[in-house]
Design a protein around this ligand. Structure first.
Ligand code: S3P
Length: 430
């Protein structure tokens, strides 16, 4: 396990960053390219470890996928029927999106497959997917009675279900939609709160139909999807680190280009506004598939806020970096209704609190979130990503405003979602 010395005591960040492709959309573009008929091309695909795991799994399922020189991905899809029984175990690495959505796809395939991942994946709950899939008629088993990897699936004929999701999770919703596309009839899914809708948008983009009425989604099985040219917008969850950095490092001004602005993902923008950040949004009106635009953030006098309820799924991955921002805001910030943080790549309530405390922040864990008191001066220390990409990036931003030496253990995990993160950050440091 490597460690690196982070840049500290930075006076100013200035410049422009073209934000790399969205992780959630990159995964789905490969999956839909594989289950559609014809040649799908993907531009601005995110070459992060997680999305590469998705490509590797689909190659093992017999799908021809080419990576062209300019980073373009070409997928030769032959429908769900074009997938074949893998000779090897499907290894999803660190990727929860890969494993959960893949389970939905494999549920309808008449063959046997096994799914494994890294140590973190081995701790993440899978019952939320295995239970409804079993109800649809899939033979599926996993360690601890269906709860954890390794998972073995023998797919086949699927019956549609009418299912109320016990947690607001786009991964679970998407797995059931992908199984529903292969079921004999109409599947209905009720979400407790709106979550990212990239799967629904992708179905429509590939010529299929899916309906949403309030929180109820209905999808008809047996639809034929047609190959598309997909352009992936930048990932707002990656932009979030520079939004926070621009707001908390004195005298900064950063332009973030090509940021996905899908309204089911923009909770962080609302929080920035509520905290008093100087943020300008220039939206690009042309892309109706997935809206995007440029963001300009300036050093800001932030104030504490309360983050709770239905906004949580729209900023769930941004909570670690929001917690850091809150350490630099006047007053108290309360984050609640976010128990899902406990089952991310790490328990992000514990890892955020533990690591920010090492740097001198005043932050405490609660049962479903955290309470942060600002504004505190951050000091030096040795911190760890715990193998969690978003914790690693949050700590690199925290170091910028720390006045002692900061060593980050296990920075490699950042390549899961943002392989160029340090190159982009270093270009902004003045
Ligand atoms: C994702 C959904 C979210 C998010 C994850 C990506 C997706 O997870 O945290 O990073 O691509 O559908 P949950 O569905 O578990 O909330």
């Amino acid at each position: 396990m490597a460690s690196i010395k982070l840049k500290t005591n930075v006076n100013r960040l200035n410049g422009e960053v073209v934000i790399p492709g969205d992780k959630s959309i990159s995964h789905r573009s490969v999956m839909f390219g594989a289950i559609a008929h014809g040649e799908t091309t993907i531009t601005n695909f995110l070459p992060g470890e997680d999305c590469l795991s998705t490509i590797s799994c689909f190659r093992k399922l017999g799908v021809r996928i080419e990576e062209e020189e300019n980073g373009k991905i070409r997928i030769y899809g032959a429908g769900f029927e074009g997938l074949s029984e893998p000779k090897e175990v499907l290894d999803v690495g660190n990727s929860g999106t890969t494993i959960r959505l893949l389970m939905g796809i494999l549920a309808g395939r008449p063959f046997f497959s096994t799914l494994v991942g890294d140590e973190s994946i081995g701790k993440r709950p899978m019952t939320r997917v295995t239970v409804p899939l079993k109800q649809m008629g899939v033979k599926i088993d996993a360690r601890e009675n269906g709860a954890y990897t390794p998972i073995a699936i023998r797919g086949g004929n699927l019956s549609p279900i009418n299912y109320e999701l016990p947690v607001a999770s786009a991964q679970v919703k998407s797995a059931l939609i992908l199984a529903g596309l292969q079921a004999d009839g109409i599947t209905t899914i009720l979400e407790p709160a709106s979550t990212r809708d990239h799967t629904e948008r992708m179905i429509r983009q590939f010529g299929g139909e899916i309906a949403k009425d309030n929180q109820t989604i209905t999808v008809q099985g047996g639809q034929r999807l047609t190959a598309q040219d997909i352009h992936v917008p930048g990932d707002i969850s990656s932009a979030a680190f520079f939004l926070a950095a621009g707001a908390i490092v004195p005298n900064s001004e950063i332009v973030l280009k090509n940021v996905g602005l899908n309204p089911t993902r923009t909770g962080m923008i609302e929080v920035l506004k509520n905290m008093g950040a100087e943020l300008e949004i220039i939206s690009n009106k042309e892309n109706s598939f997935e809206p995007s635009g440029d963001l300009i953030i300036k050093a800001s006098n932030l104030k504490g806020t309360v983050i709770a309820g239905d906004i949580i799924p729209t900023l769930i991955d941004e909570i670690p970096i929001i917690a850091l921002m809150a350490t630099q805001a006047e007053g108290t910030t309360i984050i609640k209704d976010a128990e899902e943080l406990k089952v991310k790549e790490t328990n992000r309530i514990d890892t955020v609190v533990e690591e920010l405390r090492k740097l001198g922040a005043s932050i405490e864990a609660t049962a479903d979130g955290m309470i942060i008191n600002g504004k505190s001066k951050l000091t030096g220390g040795t911190v760890s990503s715990h193998g969690d990409h978003r914790i690693g990036m949050m700590l690199a931003i925290a170091a910028l405003i720390s006045d002692g030496e900061v060593i980050l253990e296990n920075p490699e995990s950042i390549s899961v979602s943002y392989p160029n993160f340090f190159t982009h950050l270093n270009q902004l440091i003045q």
